[in-house]
Design a protein around this ligand. Structure first.
Ligand code: SF4
Length: 268
């Protein structure tokens, strides 16, 4: 790992969680079990589902000292790839919570939820936001492009296992790259009624995709002035379309649905 790598970044202001300090357990080389078509990190450099320690927990605690007294709403484990790939995720969540006494959020792509150790690590977080983009198995290759061995069925089974074990807040985050058909909408509603997450977030790409990897894309890089690198702007689903789909999902599931960028059907 390069000497100048810092495992803590931000704070960034997220429309979902307020002021959030980011923890990156992945390190300077982007690593993920997906290579999503819309990934704000650009093309993922190392594509793997193999868990390992990338950034030692001591390094995170050391880096956090510079951010004391942690005047943020939450601390979010996200970073330069998929945080559940980090074998020390549980240890790091516990240590960061003990040090900062802040609410802990983990953003995950849900590919490793079938692994009991991963679910045990996530059980230490106050909130887990799990990605679920592909309504049908065929959508997975087009949108999320998983590594070999990960398929729609294993992701769905893992999500159901997490739902059974997990006592914190489980949110589903879904990225729409194009307008959904009637069939996709109906199937998504059916699946969410089976899963019963606490909340759903519908997103459309509001952040451009960098042409080459840049560590600063771990945070919020939606402002043009903060992007000294080449990006590709992705097609977005119009606000009115998202609004309509969100309203339908909420009406037919009674699960609170939020959607990009800040408007919400939820009054609380
Ligand atoms: S899961 Fe997240 S980090 Fe991985 S490729 Fe998709 S958007 Fe990027």
């Amino acid at each position: 790992m390069s000497d100048d790598f810092i495992s803590v970044y931000g704070p960034v202001t997220s429309w979902r969680y307020g002021k959030s300090l980011g923890i990156d357990l992945i390190g300077p080389v982007s690593t993920c079990s997906f290579n999503c078509a819309y990934c704000q990190l650009g093309e993922i450099q190392v594509r793997t589902a193999q868990r390992q320690v990338f950034v030692p927990t001591e390094k995170v605690l050391e880096d956090l000292q510079a951010f004391a007294p942690w005047d943020v709403d939450v601390i979010t484990f996200s970073g330069n790839g998929e945080p559940t790939l980090a074998l020390n995720l549980e240890e790091a969540i516990v240590a960061v919570e003990q040090l900062t006494r802040k609410s802990i959020v983990v953003l995950t792509n849900a590919t490793l939820l079938g692994d009991l150790e991963v679910r045990q690590a996530l059980s230490k977080a106050d909130r887990v936001a799990a990605k679920f983009d592909a309504v049908f198995p065929a959508d997975l290759q087009r949108i999320d492009r998983p590594v070999f061995g990960i398929n729609w069925q294993s992701i769905w089974a893992g999500l159901q296992e997490l739902r059974q074990d997990y006592t914190g807040i489980l949110e589903i985050q879904t990225m729409l790259l194009s307008q959904w058909s009637e069939e996709q909408q109906a199937e998504y509603i059916r699946l969410m009624n089976l899963l019963r997450p606490d909340a759903i977030q519908l997103n459309t790409p509001t952040r451009p995709k960098p042409v080459t990897p840049h560590l600063e894309t771990r945070g919020n890089h939606s402002e043009a002035a903060s992007r000294p690198y080449e990006v590709r702007v992705l097609k977005q689903v119009p606000f009115e379309v998202l609004e309509k789909i969100a309203a339908r999902i909420q009406a037919e599931t009674h699960i609170p649905v939020r959607f990009t960028p800040t408007r919400s059907h939820v009054s609380r």
